[in-house]
Design a protein around this ligand. Structure first.
Ligand SMILES: [Zn+2]
Length: 473
């Protein structure tokens, strides 16, 4: 199969800017986050002021926030508690649900559709200290964790749950996959921390002011699904590259120069490829940070990618290329275009897996990419024979374990995407992905959105394994 010709598919930046302007006519939720972090103990205190507009067609009597650090899986060993809650100036009595991962904030008066309210939450939390436990703590990823040289803070503050057509999305945090689910929002963040560690965060650094032995950093981020922060104290400095207006920075440990250089080279090539095929990212900067993780190779966040140091020891292994290019693809499909990671986890995972293979075909060789696609087919077939009742598009909670999930929602879905590409041709396939990206930018996309883009691009009906029961668009 012919490789994609990049120049022919470069999306007009102007067209995308016009779309951003129209997309931003609805008010994004705005977070003002003020944090005091104790780096050595991995604890933090903060105040969150949120301005939220009611997206529902009816009045809302309460708002729901997620407290992911309290989950017994993925984030186990960490915690967050609410010290004070106010709506406007009025103190309110909150309640916890879903294993303390859901915070209900009652509104003194129902909030009419399209109207805005402000909530202020004071909170205190701690990162897990257990990543070095032997044996490893089951189901703990290391995404809210303090280790000797790093404090990783993701999903660490109260995050508003998305309000969907079906109501608030309040799924329990499972033992596999991703949990973080939120609307694209704007952030104004102030972090006070000891001056030793270097901060690496979503968005961009506005300024840094010394305050005694501490530094107060201020960050801003727009259209961000999360604000995530890594503090590192091993003296690492970033390697940088620019792709158009986007800055890519790679932060690896000081002893991992070879891996860092290779990661930067791969990241620059992957971002260039995806910008050409899909469209420009609405962010100024992407940071790629090496940290200790377990059970996972990497994690995608807004403007920030975590890579497990387990896989940076052999940067010439094919999996290193796959990992870097997979996680970067999530900046398009997780961050810029959202989807429900519990009900439709295949949407972003399948696309990231597929795009990573397009990258392999470009950066390594078409034969290597084809070999990887053969591996998808074999692993999906094995999983299907063991679990014929689970479709590749199943919700996260239907998968019995992470290997079955990966074989079906990653490999199986990517294989099906390849079948669609073979059927409709390269031009229609990549035009569809670009259309899906532009039309779903900053929103929470559904399988029907992707199907519509495929059908519009090919002028044909697309059904089959990825789109069962979505009806005729
Ligand atoms: Zn992924």
């Amino acid at each position: 199969m012919a490789r994609p010709v990049l120049g022919a598919r470069v999306v007009s930046l102007l067209a995308l800017l016009v779309l951003w302007v129209s997309a931003s006519t609805f008010a994004e939720t705005h977070y003002i986050l003020s944090l005091d972090v104790d780096y050595n103990s991995g604890t933090y205190e903060g105040t969150l002021a949120v301005t939220y507009g009611n997206p529902a067609p009816e009045p809302l009597a309460e708002l729901f926030f997620r407290l992911y650090p309290n989950a017994a899986t993925l984030y186990s060993g960490s915690s967050v508690e609410i010290l004070d809650a106010r709506v406007g100036d009025t103190p309110v009595e909150t309640a916890l649900y879903v294993d303390d991962t859901v915070l209900m904030v009652p509104l003194p008066k129902p909030l009419p559709p399209t109207q805005t309210t402000s909530v202020t939450l004071t909170f205190r939390g701690r990162a897990s200290l257990r990543l070095d436990a032997n044996p490893p703590v089951t189901h703990e990823y290391g995404i809210l964790t303090k280790t000797p040289y790093a404090l990783v803070l993701t999903s660490f503050y109260p995050l508003l749950a998305p309000y969907l057509d079906e109501g608030w999305a309040l799924d329990p945090v499972g033992g596999i996959g991703d949990a973080l689910f939120s609307e694209a929002s704007s952030y104004d963040v102030t972090v006070r921390v000891d001056r030793l560690p270097t901060p690496i965060a979503s968005g961009f650094l506005v300024d840094a002011v010394q305050d005694g032995d501490a530094v107060i950093y201020r960050f801003a981020a727009d259209h961000a699904r999360d604000f995530s922060l890594v503090l590192v104290s091993d003296g690492r400095i970033p390697r940088r590259a620019s792709v158009d207006d986007l800055s890519v920075r790679v932060w690896f440990g000081p002893d991992h120069a070879t891996a860092a250089n290779r990661a930067l080279e791969k990241a620059r090539a992957a971002v260039t490829l995806y910008q050409g095929l899909i469209g420009p990212l609405p962010y100024d900067e992407i940071d790629i940070v090496e940290v200790p993780l377990q059970h996972i190779g990497g994690v995608e966040l807004t403007g920030l990618v975590l890579l497990s140091e387990t896989y940076t020891t052999d940067p010439y292994d094919l999996f290193f290329d796959i990992l870097v290019s997979h996680e970067l693809a999530h900046e398009w499909f997780y961050a810029a275009v959202g989807n429900d990671p519990v009900e439709t986890p295949w949407l972003d995972e399948g696309l990231a897996t597929y795009l990573s293979n397009v990258f392999l075909a470009e950066a390594d060789s078409p034969d290597i990419a084809a070999g990887e696609r053969d591996r998808w087919a074999r692993s999906a077939e094995l999983a299907r024979s063991a679990h014929p009742e689970i479709p590749v598009t199943a919700p996260l909670y239907d998968f019995p374990d992470s290997s079955t999930y990966s074989a079906l929602a990653y490999s199986g879905v990517a294989f099906e995407l390849g079948a669609i590409r073979e059927r409709i041709g390269d031009d229609a396939f990549f035009a569809a992905l670009s259309d899906y990206y532009r039309t779903s930018l900053f929103s929470i996309a559904t399988p029907l959105d992707l199907r519509r883009s495929f059908e519009a691009a090919c002028g044909c009906a697309i059904d089959g394994a990825l789109f069962p029961g979505t009806g005729t668009p």
